[in-house]
Ligand binder design. Structure first.
Ligand code: COA
Length: 262
């Protein structure tokens, strides 16, 4: 692994992934994208990792796509260009659907694809210094690959403003429009995010993964018999699962469930 990513897994199961390219404000190029995707895939398969904490080293959370890499793509053909863009799409999808809770500690500004990473996380904590901006149109680009995740978070109405203006907005605005869940002073953001990551360890790991899939399956769907029956199937399966049975038995026996480490 290059030094542009740092991964540490605590004894308790918190995997802290730090974007570590501060001299480029943690911008990600093709190499870093492939590497980060591979790291996330390895975490998904690692039973030691139970919660992902994503943060950035240095002043910025992430300056998004590496603009040198974007510019270089002009020398590639259409097919290579598309295949390359799919790699970023894969990174966003992998983060978005990771089989464990993902917590972002946004300690500094996030631009373009950096906003995309934030939008793919389950819980987002940000410092007042963490300004946000979808700058793509200022560069003659569009926030295409990240758009499903950002629009899902902030809605089409807000996306129309921020995609088109490219303006910077504060973490307070980001919280108001749903991109950020909670604000904390810069020196406390990591502490708050870690405290939440620690609390998540008390919840059933498989049930959290299933709850996350449930949100994806149910969000924005019309409430019809197909959907209500799918939801009934989901709880019917979960309550008889080993984890469901352990959680229910632990409650009734007034003891902690077996996934809680002492
Ligand atoms: N891709 C590649 N390099 C980047 C980058 C990016 N997205 N963002 C910053 N850098 C580089 C700068 O080119 C500069 O390189 P240099 O030292 O070789 O000149 C270095 O990081 C430091 O950036 P600099 O602009 O000098 O720092 P700053 O504190 O004045 O400004 C930013 C920081 C992030 C506000 C500014 O660099 C910026 O606006 N970057 C573009 C962010 C963006 O629009 N991202 C969306 C991409 S779709």
């Amino acid at each position: 692994m290059s030094k542009s990513l740092d991964i540490k897994i605590s004894n308790t199961g918190i995997a802290t992934l730090t974007l570590n390219r501060p001299e480029r404000h943690n911008a990600f190029d093709d190499e870093l994208i492939v590497e980060m995707t591979a790291v996330l895939e390895q975490l998904a398969a690692n039973p030691q990792a139970r919660v992902l904490l994503l943060t950035g080293a240095g002043k910025s959370f992430s300056a998004g796509a590496d603009l040198g890499w974007m510019k270089r793509m002009a020398s590639y053909g259409e097919a290579e260009n598309l295949a390359d863009a799919q790699k970023l799409a894969k990174l966003m999808h992998t983060l978005d659907t990771l089989n464990m809770p993902t917590v972002a500690a946004v300690q500094g500004p996030a631009y373009g694809g950096g906003v995309g990473l934030v939008a793919c996380c389950d819980m987002v904590f940000a410092a007042p210094e963490a300004q946000f901006s979808l700058t793509e149109v200022k560069l003659g680009l569009i926030p295409a690959v990240i758009s499903p995740y950002v629009i899902r978070k902030i809605g089409a109405g807000q996306a129309r403003r921020y995609f088109l203006s490219g303006e910077r907005f504060s973490s307070a605005i980001a919280q108001k429009i749903g991109l950020v869940h909670e604000l904390a002073p810069q020196d406390e953001v990591a502490v708050l995010a870690t405290s939440w990551a620690t609390q998540l360890l008390n919840n059933g790991p498989l049930s959290m993964a299933a709850a996350k899939r449930l949100v994806a399956e149910v969000a924005d769907k019309p409430i019809c018999s197909e959907l209500t029956s799918l939801c009934a199937q989901r709880i019917a399966a979960q309550r008889v699962s080993a984890e469901g049975q352990e959680g229910l038995t632990a409650f009734l026996e007034k003891r902690p469930p077996n996934w809680v480490k002492h």
